[in-house]
Design a protein around this ligand. Structure first.
Ligand SMILES: [Zn+2]
Length: 85
């Protein structure tokens, strides 16, 4: 390896927001890397995705119901404002 052209590649401890830590190697400054997601807590790896679609559908249904209620309460003939996302 040619000296002076390679970044400092050293062992670092990755600390996730979920509390999980593991060691890897990196060229970052310092010896600690803080992350918000890791393979210990991301739904892709944990498989705990149940409820996400249902949660979205519930939210969507509530919004639609609120819009319908708003339309019903409006004066007859009054033009309803276009729904904005
Ligand atoms: Zn994590």
């Amino acid at each position: 390896m040619k000296a002076g052209i390679h970044p400092d590649y050293h062992e670092v401890t990755v600390v996730c927001a979920c509390g999980h830590t593991f060691k890897t190697r990196s060229t970052i400054k310092g010896t600690q890397m803080r992350v918000e997601l890791c393979s210990n807590c991301h739904p892709f790896f944990t498989g705990k995705t149940a409820g996400r679609v249902e949660r979205f559908q519930r939210k969507y249904a509530q919004a639609a119901a609120a819009q319908a209620a708003g339309k019903a309460a409006a004066k007859p003939g009054a033009k309803a404002a276009p729904a904005k996302k």
